[in-house]
Design a protein around this ligand. Structure first.
Ligand SMILES: [Zn+2]
Length: 268
């Protein structure tokens, strides 16, 4: 895959002649899919608001056609920042029915599944319940690429704060049911990955949640859990870059707390 650095801090990966991934990170927001057709462009997610100009320039470097749809993998700020601008220029937003936006925009909502043809690309958008109530995963069948939003982040820990481990497993299993050895899995944040990376993440997540809940049942407090040797060993299974270490140390206890909250709810 060719990765091209752009004028801004963004970089762009060419998947094939009709599909690119603009990599987010460093406060710029989530990864973006750019499907290029003869008449129009379809985006998957739209970074944070302050990245919109750079995002627009990056799209213009591969197509002069208007953005027709922006498919949101969920309604969090780091995925929907460019919605307002693209909407004001004629794009329609596609998102799960439960997504909520501050701005009035043209929106096509869906409940379970939506099918979209764009040029040569066949896209299927499915609702899942893992990271947030409005999660959607987007399968680009022609390109054999699956955008999974924040069901997966390669440089972080499971953020399964809506559906818990069962919701995350269901979402991953659905995506893996389409995947073969050549499928590219695009996480909401981090590197473009493949089926075996996603499977490793799934298994590490199961161990992570099991260990946290086992400690919880033993009455171990959240602060003490962050010092637990087994949990720290499991932590090493996630490929968190060294640059995320400080952030993780700050968030460790919160992640543990959120995991206990969501798992206790789903066990009731
Ligand atoms: Zn995100």
């Amino acid at each position: 895959m060719n990765c091209v650095a752009l004028d801004s801090d963004l970089s762009m990966l060419k998947i094939n002649k009709n599909l690119y991934v603009i990599l987010g990170g460093d406060g710029q927001g989530a990864n973006v899919g750019v499907s290029v057709g003869e008449q129009s462009v379809v985006l998957i997610d739209a970074m944070v608001e302050k990245s919109t100009d750079n995002l627009f320039k990056a799209i213009r470097s591969v197509s002069s056609k208007p953005v027709k749809y922006v498919v949101n993998t969920h309604d969090h700020f780091d995925h929907v920042g460019g919605n307002a601008l693209f909407s004001s220029r004629g794009a329609t937003i596609i998102s799960h029915d439960s997504a909520s936006y501050e701005m009035p925009m043209d929106i096509i909502g869906f409940d379970r599944k939506l099918i979209l043809s764009h040029g040569e690309e066949q896209m299927e958008v499915f609702h899942v319940a893992s990271h947030s109530p409005s999660d959607a995963i987007v399968y680009l069948k022609t390109s054999n690429v699956i955008f999974v939003g924040d069901v997966f982040a390669t440089g972080w820990y499971p953020a399964l704060f809506h559906g818990g481990i069962s919701g995350q497993n269901e979402a991953i299993d659905l995506a893996l049911s389409w995947a073969d050895e050549n499928t590219k899995i695009v996480p909401g944040h981090g590197d473009v990955s493949n089926k075996s990376d996603f499977l490793l993440y799934k298994n590490a997540s199961i161990l992570w949640v099991d260990r946290i809940m086992a400690l919880h049942k033993m009455g171990v407090r959240e602060e003490a859990m962050t010092k637990d040797k087994k949990l720290n060993d499991i932590r090493m299974m996630f490929k968190t870059p060294a640059t995320n270490k400080d952030a993780f140390d700050r968030w460790f206890q919160d992640l543990v707390k959120n995991t206990i909250q969501v798992e206790s709810k789903s066990a009731m």
